[in-house]
Design a protein around this ligand. Structure first.
Ligand SMILES: Nc1nc2c(ncn2[C@@H]2O[C@H](COP(=O)(O)OP(=O)(O)OP(=O)(O)O)[C@@H](O)[C@H]2O)c(=O)[nH]1
Ligand SMILES: [Mg+2]
Ligand SMILES: [Zn+2]
Length: 316
């Protein structure tokens, strides 16, 4: 794409406008706590929350964004600028389009449940996506009260703990693991993501009993989620830190950057890749591949290697 050159005069004008923007009393800064339809809720530094419209051509605005707001003479508020983001969590929608979920976050909880049963392919996609977006991912297995025997249901500890992923088991129903969960949230900006019905809003509501948070009314083991939460929402936790509850994802929807080598999103594969005979080895069927050898020897979990191959196939 041809770069557009700005004349000296244009540059001066832009700089002057930016200085005027930051110096003016008419502009305030705030943080987006929710965005639904054309309506944005912004929390100001004074802790007041105001409804804002958005200036056209501003691009996507999401929960966690820091924004500049203009107030008109008619006392209408309008978001006119987005401050630079530390990071941006993205996902794919049902049409394969990239959608922003939340900005400026410090950790992502991939939420799973004993029922609906975890999909490890989706989990590995999430972890890959988090690695690519440089976001700390943690795994949460909720509804542990429904597990038959307490010992590592679905083998999650066996597979993911050696890779360095923090894994916690919770039950909103019995309170199991909730103290540990609360502890992990202190002073962090955390996002709860996962399929519908795993209990993201139930977890949020447990932590914030005074907030009115919509939760699916009945839980039947065989039932798919009902997509109860419709828009992401950022809440402040009493112990310090913020929590963003998101709507359940449909199908396989974490955002994966296909221009980056897939192996970089699989910690154990990435670690071995340097030992393969070919520097551009895809660890599929190449001779003297350290990854294939490790998978055959059981040093890489079968599901992880198979999911890597499946993603490789889908990306090409
Ligand atoms: N047994 C059991 N049921 C739970 C637990 N946590 C949540 N549930 C139930 O699971 C169902 C779904 O909970 P929600 O919190 O609405 O799930 P969600 O992940 O927010 O779903 P979406 O908003 O649709 O994405 C509700 O009926 C909850 O009561 C738990 O720890 N144990
Ligand atoms: Mg919900
Ligand atoms: Zn290899």
């Amino acid at each position: 794409m041809a770069k557009r050159r700005l004349s000296q005069q244009q540059k001066k004008r832009i700089k002057a406008a930016q200085q005027a923007l930051s110096a003016s009393d008419e502009f305030e800064q705030g943080r987006v706590v929710s965005h639904q339809g054309g309506q944005i809720l912004v929390e100001l530094e004074s802790a007041a929350t105001i409804e804002c419209k958005i200036k056209s051509n501003l691009g996507t605005i999401v929960c966690g964004d820091r924004v500049t707001i203009e107030t008109t003479a008619q006392q209408e508020h309008r978001v006119v600028g987005i401050l630079p983001r530390k990071n941006l969590l993205q996902r794919l929608d049902g049409f394969g389009q990239v959608r922003a979920v939340a900005a400026n976050i410090s950790q992502l909880f991939v939420c799973l449940a004993v029922s609906p049963e975890p999909n490890l392919f989706l989990l590995d996609q999430y972890l890959l996506s988090a690695e690519q977006q440089d976001i700390e991912a943690r795994i949460l297995l909720n509804k542990i009260d429904l597990a038959d025997d307490g010992e590592d249901p679905f083998g999650l500890h066996r597979i993911y703990q050696p890779l360095g992923y923090k894994l916690i088991e919770t039950s909103v129903k019995t309170g199991t693991g909730m103290a540990q969960f609360s502890q992990l949230l202190v002073d962090q900006v955390s996002v709860l993501s996962g399929v519908s019905g795993v209990g993201k809003s139930s977890l949020t509501s447990w932590l914030l009993p005074h907030e009115k948070i919509k939760i699916a009314s009945i839980s039947a083991a065989s039932e798919e989620g009902r997509h109860t939460t419709r828009a992401s929402r950022l809440y402040h936790l009493t112990g310090g830190g913020d929590l963003i509850d998101t709507p359940g994802v449909r199908g396989f929807s974490p955002f994966i950057d296909s221009s980056a080598p897939l192996a970089q999103g699989f910690r154990e594969i990435n670690q071995l890749a340097g030992q393969c005979r070919f520097h551009n080895c895809l660890h599929r069927n190449e001779p003297r591949c350290a990854v294939i050898e490790a998978a055959a020897a059981g040093e890489i979990a079968e599901s992880r290697y198979q999911n890597y191959l499946k993603m490789l196939e889908q990306s090409g």
